[in-house]
Design a protein around this ligand. Structure first.
Ligand code: ZN
Length: 371
């Protein structure tokens, strides 16, 4: 739009061209280095606040995780003052949590090519559904605020399914800056479709289960390499028992509408950095029902052993978090819903190879086989 208007008012073609080039440069450069419209979030560390203070913080901000000495809170840069009013001793850890990506852009400008972009994930899912049409089906369950397609890949064996074949759901990139989660999940999917029919373990896994994969839950965050999606933390944007009619952003809302049409027995929402396997609840320190707890522990401990990760209830391991995915699936579907936080590796240090991530891959296989 800027360019069109300029060309109309400028009588000198060369001058217009120069202006075009200049504006194109200005417009392109931030897109190449970092999206100009990505909101800036800072991280703060706070000591152990009282329960009242923690509740206040939870209402206003994203209390991202429990740390050795307290909590880490993610705060939009322009609301730092509000945080400091509540916790004057809060310490700034990182002014912009996406600095790691910006520093990489300078140190290793080609690093993004090592990872799948949103478009390449969409393309790859379509290719898989076409070249493995006997076991793969790609569904579109809506669009996000920017009309990006929300896709779920369904894998199941060629054998006639029994009526009671368990349906499972594995998701990643709820937080768009957790880019290794997408690499890991896409490699896992590729392993399944390539191994079906030749690898007896994989064949049995798919013959006995229907597994739904959503590799990018929040396209907006993934496109911009940010934790936030449409300016919100998507993993605090699900309705939960304390706020049952919460109105979520489109990516989350459509995911919950899709979920309502299925009977999902177990789910894994894959996140990155904390090296933990966690079960609900997140919004309260009360545990899941006594009927469900032994099953959560049974399979959760296997995944923790496969990976060497910590294991426990979200509210204990991570801290209270309201509006998280695992709580929603467990609350609405009685789903054995886990948050699966893989160990982080900084971007640019190479995408996770199947060899390096054997522990995660084995945990995902054990998760499917449990049902
Ligand atoms: Zn996350």
């Amino acid at each position: 739009m800027v360019c069109t208007r300029l060309s109309r008012v400028d009588k000198n073609p060369l001058g217009a061209l120069m202006k075009h080039a200049f504006f194109i440069f200005i417009l392109m450069f931030p897109a190449l280095s970092f999206p100009a419209n990505a909101p800036i979030y800072s991280s703060y560390s706070i000591g152990n606040p009282g329960l009242d203070t923690l509740r206040k913080l939870n209402e206003k901000f994203d209390v991202a995780r429990r740390t050795a000495n307290g909590y880490e809170v993610i705060v939009p840069e322009d609301r730092a003052g509000e945080l400091l009013k509540i916790v004057p001793l809060a310490q700034l850890v990182e002014k912009d949590i996406n600095d790691v990506f910006r520093r990489l852009d300078i140190a290793n400008p080609g690093w993004r090519n090592e990872y799948r972009s949103f478009d390449s994930v969409q393309k790859e899912l379509k290719q898989i559904s076409q070249s493995h049409a006997d076991i793969a089906l790609l569904e579109n369950y809506g669009v996000d605020e920017q009309s990006r397609q929300l896709l779920v890949l369904r894998l199941t064996g060629k054998q006639p399914l029994r009526a009671d074949v368990p349906e499972l759901m594995i998701t990643s990139a709820t937080h768009g800056d957790e880019i290794h989660t997408v690499e890991m999940l896409m490699e896992f999917i590729q392993g399944l479709v390539q191994g079906y029919g030749t690898d007896s373990r994989i064949t049995k896994m798919l013959d006995e289960h229907v597994v739904y994969f959503i590799p990018v839950v929040c396209p907006d965050g993934y496109v911009h390499y940010t934790r936030a999606c449409e300016g919100l933390d998507p993993n605090r944007d699900y309705p939960y028992p304390g706020s049952p009619s919460h109105n979520s952003i489109a990516a989350i809302k459509n995911e919950t509408l899709w979920f309502a049409k299925h009977k999902i027995a177990g789910s894994l929402d894959i996140h990155e950095n904390l090296s933990t396997v966690m079960y609900p609840w997140a919004y309260t320190s009360s545990g899941p029902s006594q009927d469900d707890l032994p099953r959560f522990k049974e399979i959760g401990k296997v995944m923790a052993e496969d990976t060497g990760y910590n294991f426990g209830q979200i509210a204990d391991v991570f801290g209270i978090a309201r509006g998280s995915s695992a709580d929603y699936w467990y609350w609405k579907g009685k789903t054995l819903a886990f948050g699966f936080e893989i160990g982080g590796r900084f971007p640019g240090q190479g995408k996770p190879s199947r060899e390096l991530d054997r522990g995660n891959e084995e945990a995902l296989r054990h998760f499917i086989e449990y049902f």
